[in-house]
Design a protein around this ligand. Structure first.
Ligand SMILES: Nc1ncnc2c1ncn2[C@@H]1O[C@H](COP(=O)(O)OP(=O)(O)O)[C@@H](O)[C@H]1O
Ligand SMILES: [Mg+2]
Length: 260
């Protein structure tokens, strides 16, 4: 299990402040990706991606392995620098798209593999998260335990000994400590039992209902589409189709079967 991706926590941040350039009517937490290209070395893996996600909604990003979904989330959170194109959060484009600046602008990402500290207790994991945000320790715990009562019961347990679903709850609650505007979740269902996945997605829906914009990358297509209001299918570094969950359900199947 990897160490946390630090800046994902995101301080509460008064928008992106003076660092940012923006359009006239910024919408809290909305996400606009325009013409994003990205490469690892000389190999381009995103070939011009456009996405638009309204504030407070859940957007499901689907597609086969290697399509570039994780790379796109890394571009949005500043971990991969695009070779061209722009990303706007709440109608604002941070002038410096570093992970730190984006975290301050309210972008929080939970990478594949959860990013919790297995050898620290639940409580200490939450504490670690408060170091980068402007949130008091007690408040962080209060918020997390209110949303995830099961974590409260296990506050002294080592995170590595929690069940997979509980670890994922911890990862998500740590993200919420920073009051993000935009939450990026990369395959949170990985390795979890279907019932636990359903439970996690109920929580994702609640988080969005509180006004947080959520982008989920998911292999459990049906579960993700059940909570999403829009979805896109990525194949080979491009958005193949975009639409309502109903429209995407069949299209997703086709894309997975044919590889695009
Ligand atoms: N750190 C990296 N270095 C080089 N190539 C990478 C790296 N990460 C991903 N890739 C490549 O970029 C492409 C897209 O990967 P990724 O974004 O992880 O896809 P997905 O999340 O949809 O499975 C794949 O071909 C993958 O091998
Ligand atoms: Mg991935």
């Amino acid at each position: 299990m990897s160490a946390p991706a630090g800046p994902g926590s995101g301080a509460v941040a008064a928008a992106a402040g003076p660092e940012a350039t923006g359009s006239a009517h910024p919408q809290l937490g909305s996400l606009d990706v325009v013409g994003v290209r990205a490469a690892y070395g000389r190999i381009e893996v995103l070939h011009g991606v456009d996405l638009s996600v309204p504030a407070g909604s859940v957007f499901a990003l689907l597609g086969p392995n290697g399509a570039g979904k994780s790379t796109l989330l890394k571009v949005i959170s500043g971990r991969v620098r695009p070779t061209s194109g722009t990303v706007e959060i709440g109608g604002i484009r941070p002038r410096k798209a570093t992970p730190e600046a984006l975290a301050r602008a309210g972008v929080c990402s939970i990478p594949e593999g959860r990013g919790i500290f297995p050898n620290l207790s639940v409580r200490d994991n939450l504490r670690m998260w408060t170091y980068c945000g402007g949130v008091a320790r007690s408040e962080a715990e209060e918020r997390a335990f209110e949303r995830f009562p099961r974590l409260a019961e296990r506050r002294r347990q080592l995170a590595g000994t929690l069940s997979g679903g509980e670890q994922q709850m911890l990862a998500i609650s740590r993200a919420l400590v920073g009051s993000p505007k935009l939450l990026l979740l990369d395959e949170i269902s990985m390795g979890l039992a279907p019932l636990v996945v359903v439970e996690l997605y109920d929580l994702v829906a609640q988080i969005a209902a509180d006004g947080v914009t959520v982008v989920v990358v998911e292999q459990f297509v049906t579960t993700a589409l059940a909570v999403a209001s829009r979805a896109a299918i990525m194949v080979h570094g491009r958005v193949l189709r975009e639409g309502t969950p109903d429209q995407m359900a069949d299209a997703a199947l086709g894309a997975y079967l044919t590889g695009g």
